[in-house]
Ligand binder design. Structure first.
Ligand code: F6P
Length: 326
């Protein structure tokens, strides 16, 4: 592989808190290794439409604590086409970019994997998604912050649920993954957690609600991932209403507040460490891999694996969470 002098960095897919800390780390690591860094705006869309700006020390000054992404993010259908990727390749060649760091989730790495093979172009990925659903890393940038956002919201909802003897069905993000629901459900003492990875039978749900409501505390919290087998919180409410018409029930959909806000210390730390490792990896001749941590060790997982395999889900933890709330 030819020596790398200039790298491009982009954020793609749903944004996540800590992406800015990752961009900062990439730029600073680049300076350390005497590389120039170009910021590509709006993910792959910006590669196709030539939205690129040089990044220096000043560009990443005072951003480590900011949510969102200074580079903006997007999902690009054009990049799924051969013509789109060809345009993107021509733009990065025109700017003499030798390698890329892409920050995003499985969609981002699917694109990166195709592009890298098509043009024999070195790319390293950083896992940036609140969903934590990537194989090859225990955590993803933004997940910890999102879970903390959910927990602080549920704590507040609990106060009013308790005052009014109500059931709250709280929908959290996760179209295909229940990691946010599981961890926030456990941390907030939810009576039931509904996730896409495991079917919950209606009987189970109803039983949990009956035990959740008892003399001492006549309120309960159900956390539902948006992609649960039942659907989202509104669908769950329908089932509850059919079976317990007198139960005073409310729905809260937390939505995109989970994607924003200042990143937690944990997310800043992993974003900074992995950002450095990504650039070092490119300098060392690595490519076609995602940087992550498994059991606190830095691991480089090929894109082909990180997008193909499903990360294992700790179902036992869900059982424990529900047992502790019964
Ligand atoms: O992948 C991250 C995520 O936040 C999912 O949890 C959620 O289902 C989706 O993005 C929402 O996407 P959008 O912002 O495009 O509605």
């Amino acid at each position: 592989m030819a020596a790398i002098r200039k790298i491009g960095v982009l954020t793609s897919g749903g944004d996540s808190p800590g992406m800015n800390a990752a961009i900062r780390a990439v730029v600073k690591a680049g300076l350390h290794f005497k590389l120039e860094t170009i910021g590509i705006q709006k993910g792959y869309f910006g590669m196709i439409h030539d939205l690129m700006v040089p990044l220096n020390r000043n560009s990443v000054y005072n951003i480590i604590h900011l949510g969102g992404t200074i580079l903006k993010s997007a999902r690009s259908d054009e990049f799924k086409t051969k013509e789109g990727r060809q345009k993107a390749y021509e733009n990065i060649k025109k700017r003499n970019i030798d390698a890329l760091v892409v920050i995003g989730g499985d969609g981002t790495f699917t694109g990166a994997s195709i592009f890298e093979k098509e043009f024999d172009f070195p790319i390293i990925g950083l896992p940036g998604t609140i969903d934590n659903d990537l194989y090859g890393t225990d955590y993803t940038i933004g997940y910890d912050t999102a879970v903390n956002t959910v927990v602080s919201a549920v704590d507040k909802i609990r106060d009013t649920a308790h005052s009014h003897d109500r059931l709250f069905i709280i929908e959290v993000m996760g179209r295909d993954a229940g990691f946010i629901a599981l961890r926030s459900g456990l941390a907030s003492g939810a009576e039931k957690i509904l996730i896409p990875e495991k079917k919950t039978y209606v009987d189970d749900l109803l039983k949990a609600l009956k035990t959740g409501f008892h003399d001492e505390d006549n309120s309960a919290i159900v956390i539902v991932a948006e992609g649960s087998e039942f659907g989202g919180a509104m669908e769950v409410k329908k089932i509850v209403k059919e079976n317990f018409p007198d139960m005073d029930t409310r729905v809260t959909i937390l939505g995109h507040i989970q994607r924003g806000g200042s990143p937690s210390a944990f997310d800043r730390v992993i974003a900074s460490g992995w950002g450095f490792q990504a650039v070092k990896g490119l300098v060392d001749g690595r490519h076609g891999v995602m940087v992550g941590s498994v059991n606190r060790e830095i691991v480089f997982t090929p894109f082909s694996k990180s997008i193909k395999y499903h990360k294992s889900f700790n179902i036992e933890l869900k059982n424990i969470a529900e047992l502790l709330s019964a």
